[in-house]
Design a protein around this ligand. Structure first.
Ligand code: SF4
Ligand code: SF4
Length: 285
């Protein structure tokens, strides 16, 4: 079974738009949204949830008011100022470090599992889909990404699918690292801007570090042909394949407004570019 990860060094490059079109074009696949902090692939795929589960990402402190003698030791020691003057723990500030739990002389503090989000297995007209959502100010997004990938792997085995297409998170943080490990190919979607090039080099460096094969898609390449050439030059120098170039088209905005995968909405020229990109990716896989 192969795993394709679509990522970007920064948000807003068109990563999810491309995954939405791959969802239409690819056969025998499971789709997974690992952008657990800000998932939006479901808006294009319109999933029907079949199974779901809670995600407990860490611990939070809880003070038992009946046992607490109000000595103030926990307030004094909490580095995150998560305990108020009336001995209540603010769950948004508590990092679950456990210092108050160990320091309390009266065993008035417990550490409880923190409900940090949930995951879902859904059906879509394009195939099975695993997705998740992290709660507000919740931590351990990397662990939730791992859960989504674990469920996607199980689902692919169960349903006899030979490909998992992952919509990855933007940036280079913990959820990106959790998305990258063990994939067969990382397709990095970039755009010809100063920020786009800067973030592209960073994410390619992260992929290198983890020994993941990579390819690049230049989205909106015609908006700055000079910068697009710069990206192509950088990729050539560093042995990274440019799998495709997509030109700017107002149809992208319209397809997003209509919550429809771009390939179902675009004109022939755009559709040809996306199909060509998908064929290159398939070959690289
Ligand atoms: S250390 Fe324990 S007893 Fe003291 S204020 Fe905190 S919870 Fe209450
Ligand atoms: S677990 Fe750590 S962060 Fe949370 S209230 Fe206790 S000392 Fe503060």
């Amino acid at each position: 079974m192969k795993q394709l990860l679509v990522i970007s060094g920064k948000g807003g490059t068109g990563k999810t738009t491309i995954v939405g079109s791959f969802a239409v074009l690819a056969k025998k696949k499971v789709l997974a949204d690992c952008d657990v902090d800000a998932p939006n692939l479901h808006l294009l795929l319109k999933p029907e949830v079949k199974t779901s589960g809670d995600f407990y990402g860490g611990k939070k402190a809880l003070i038992d008011a009946e046992e607490c003698r109000q000595c103030g030791k926990c307030i004094e020691l909490c580095r995150f100022e998560a305990i108020s003057g009336d001995f209540q723990v603010n769950p948004l500030l508590c990092e679950g470090c456990g210092v108050c739990f160990h320091a309390c002389p009266y065993e008035a503090v417990s550490l409880i599992d923190d409900l940090s989000g949930n995951w879902c297995i859904s059906e879509t007209v394009y195939g099975p889909f695993v997705h998740a959502r992290l709660g507000v100010a919740a931590e351990n997004s990397g662990k939730l990404v791992a859960k989504v990938r674990e469920k996607a792997g199980e689902l692919a085995e169960e349903k006899g699918k030979d490909l998992i297409i992952i919509d990855g998170p933007p940036g280079i943080g913990c959820p990106v690292v959790a998305s990258l490990s063990g994939v067969d190919l990382a397709l990095v979607v970039t755009e010809p801007t100063v920020a786009g090039i800067h973030d592209l080099t960073r994410i390619l460096g992260v992929a290198d570090y983890f020994g993941v094969r990579k390819a690049v898609c230049i989205n909106k390449y015609d908006l700055d042909q000079e910068k697009s050439k710069e990206i192509e030059g950088y990729c050539a120098e560093n042995g990274v394949a440019v799998a495709g170039k997509i030109y700017y088209d107002p149809a992208v905005g319209k397809s997003l407004a209509a919550a429809t995968p771009l390939i179902n909405y675009a004109g022939n020229k755009m559709a040809r570019q996306i199909i060509k990109l998908w064929q290159s990716v398939e070959e690289l896989l």
